[in-house]
Design a protein around this ligand. Structure first.
Ligand code: ADP
Ligand code: MG
Length: 255
């Protein structure tokens, strides 16, 4: 069965895009068929996948019904397909607000391709706006990247509240896929405290795999490459492969 996972956290700089791109590449490496949907006007996932962010046919045109999803899909050179974004996506955000059933548009659009993939990963913008709501409505589950830093837990309550509201209204089946510790530095005393809190709060939803802060991970996007391609032996590459493995194992255990 194909699974749609939204990668969401309304805070910026927590590792959503990094996780989306590198998890997509790692799952593709494990022979899964992957589509990455870039739903952030900043288009960082698009650029990090080696694609320019000035394309005429993007997720914006798809959401506004100006083009078919299949027309906008790109095959990247790094193992997965991409529905790219551009800065114009902000325009779609405004226009979507004026539409009826505005929460369901992405879900509807993805229907035509869902059978073609094992996983569809959606990179959300850093806001709880209509684009993120569309992602959470289209998704089976949400993966929450969470840096073990001060203030990181701050936005968590509102994210969980939004997920709860979506659960009660437009997507009763939405699950929490998992919480991923990113930008991890185990030497830091604060990290240990936050670890403790996350583990109390999320129990077995907290991934055992942690993503260390690793300079190679930060460098890779400027080459338009996932870490697996840019520095396959780095700590970052190992960590994202481990995350893909953990996600797949959990999926198998669940059925
Ligand atoms: P978001 O999409 O949540 O805004 P990003 O994935 O763009 O966050 O990450 C924010 C910044 O942190 C980027 O510059 C990215 O390269 C860097 N970064 C993310 N994860 C790591 C990591 N594990 N090690 C080092 N830098 C990272
Ligand atoms: Mg991002």
């Amino acid at each position: 069965m194909s699974k749609i996972i939204a990668i969401a956290n309304q805070k910026g700089g927590v590792g959503k895009t990094t996780t989306c791109v590198n998890l997509a590449a790692s799952l593709a490496k494990a022979n899964r068929r992957i589509l990455l949907v870039d739903l952030d006007p900043q288009s960082n996932s698009t650029v990090s996948s080696g694609v320019e962010k000035t394309l005429a046919c993007t997720v914006k045109e798809v959401l506004l019904g100006e083009t078919e999803l299949k027309e906008a899909l790109l095959e990247t050179a790094v193992g997965y397909d991409l529905l790219p974004a551009s800065v114009d996506l902000t325009v779609a955000e405004v226009r979507l607000m004026q539409q009826e059933s505005r929460e369901f548009i992405l879900r509807q659009c993805l229907r035509s391709v869902i059978q073609d993939y094992d996983f569809i990963l959606i990179d959300c913008p850093p806001a709880l706006n209509i684009l993120t709501v569309n992602a959470l409505v289209a998704a089976h589950s949400v993966l929450i990247p969470m840096p073990c830093e001060y203030f990181a837990l701050e936005g968590l309550t509102s994210l969980l509240k939004t997920i709860g509201e979506i659960n009660q209204t437009v997507n009763v089946d939405l699950q929490i896929e998992g919480v991923l510790r990113t930008l991890y530095d185990g030497r830091n005393r604060l990290t240990r405290e936050i670890n403790q809190q996350l583990s109390v709060h999320f129990g077995n939803k907290l991934y055992t795999t942690v993503i260390p802060r690793n300079v190679r991970v930060a460098e890779a996007p400027s080459f338009g490459l996932p870490i697996l391609n840019y520095a396959p032996r780095s700590q970052g590459a190992t960590a994202y492969l481990a995350l893909a493995g953990e996600l797949l194992r959990r999926q198998e255990d669940a059925v």
